[in-house]
Design a protein. Structure first.
Length: 350
């Protein structure tokens, strides 16, 4: 059932961190959203990415689009995924025109990718393998679905499929190309500060997956929070298996941005007002991505970046690990991924 944008505030009254001093609580996050410094991508010097290959999923809109334009202006070889190839080609032509006065002719490729389809991920991998290597990967694709929707191609709920499983698959497919590069690569997986508000009732990964795939177990916002928690926990497991001297891995959040998060809500007037009042611009969100990338090092391998710096693990992530949610997560996620992603994990022995 469609919901009003006011329903997104409902989590505050049942969230275990709301009335605490937890640094990831909703009020603390809101304070940082308003008062922490957030710059523009125009401040960033990306000249070291000239002629480097940069893959950006979800790079045709929002924060991903701002990153796409920034790397194109820097002369990088930008590879962008798009659900609709025609939309991606229109963006390519637009960027070519925008960079022409700068006397830059960036390489710009569009790869079709529907995150709700395993067939699309497999086809995407075939195209991706045409590149000899990658230098930087930003996995920005995600969804906030207000209705219970099952992906026809996988039989799984859409929020779970897109935010967790398809991002895990794409990360594995990208890792193998990052490892081919003789220099240290970087993988940034976009999550959300909302991961810290997740309160899953099931303590085993398999039980939680079963409940998330049922229509009457979690409201839409709780489902979103849990999907973002799971992708952070999976990212930490991936980082544990990958040598940071070869590839640095981290996750980041842009903060709440005006990037269409509320587009499926029926209270659009209220939603638009809340976005203008509370949210950052996509340019400011992209600045968070780029700041995270430039500050990645071995000391923060597997860490979460928010509001200008890498931060300690949230209470929700720590509790999930302590209660055993991660015990079988890696193997069970692999079983739910397309064969091409499973083969990568097998070949890399991770």
């Amino acid at each position: 059932m469609p919901v009003s944008s006011l329903h997104i505030l409902d989590f505050s009254f049942s969230n275990p961190y709301t009335l605490t001093l937890d640094p990831y609580g909703p009020f603390a996050v809101l304070y940082r959203l308003w008062f922490s410094r957030c710059g523009s991508v125009s401040e960033k010097d990306l000249s070291n990415y000239a002629n480097k290959r940069v893959l950006i999923t979800g790079g045709t809109s929002g924060c991903g689009l701002e990153c796409t334009k920034a790397f194109a202006r820097a002369g990088a070889h930008v590879i962008v995924t798009a659900r609709n190839r025609e939309k991606g080609e229109v963006l390519r032509e637009k960027i070519m025109k925008e960079t022409e006065p700068l006397h830059i002719t960036p390489k710009f490729d569009v790869l079709e990718l529907e995150m709700g389809s395993e067939d699309s991920i497999t086809a995407f991998n075939a195209r991706l393998q045409e590149y000899p290597s990658l230098d930087l990967v930003i996995l920005n694709a995600g969804i906030y679905q207000t209705e219970f929707v099952v992906c026809e191609n996988t039989g799984r709920e859409q929020t779970l499929q897109v935010n967790l499983l398809s991002n895990c698959a794409t990360a594995l497919l990208a890792i193998q190309l990052l490892l081919r590069q003789p220099t240290q690569g970087r993988l940034l997986i976009i999550s959300s500060e909302a991961h810290a508000w997740a309160n899953p009732q099931q303590k085993s990964f398999t039980a939680l997956m079963e409940m998330l795939n049922q229509s009457d177990t979690y409201p839409c916002y709780a489902r979103y929070h849990i999907s973002k928690l799971l992708v952070i926990l999976w990212m930490q497991e991936l980082a544990r298996r990958i040598d940071p001297a070869r590839v640095l891995i981290a996750s980041a959040t842009p903060g709440f941005c005006r990037s269409g998060l509320f587009r499926s809500f029926n209270g659009k007037t209220i939603a638009n007002y809340l976005e203008r009042l509370l949210c950052r611009t996509p340019d400011q969100g992209a600045w968070q991505y780029l700041t995270a990338i430039e500050r990645m090092n071995t000391a923060v391998h597997g860490c979460f970046f928010a509001d200008g710096r890498f931060r300690p693990s949230s209470a929700a992530a720590t509790l999930a690990r302590e209660e055993g949610l991660c015990d079988s997560m890696w193997d069970n996620v692999l079983k739910m991924l397309p064969e091409c992603a499973q083969h990568v994990a097998h070949d890399l022995s991770i």
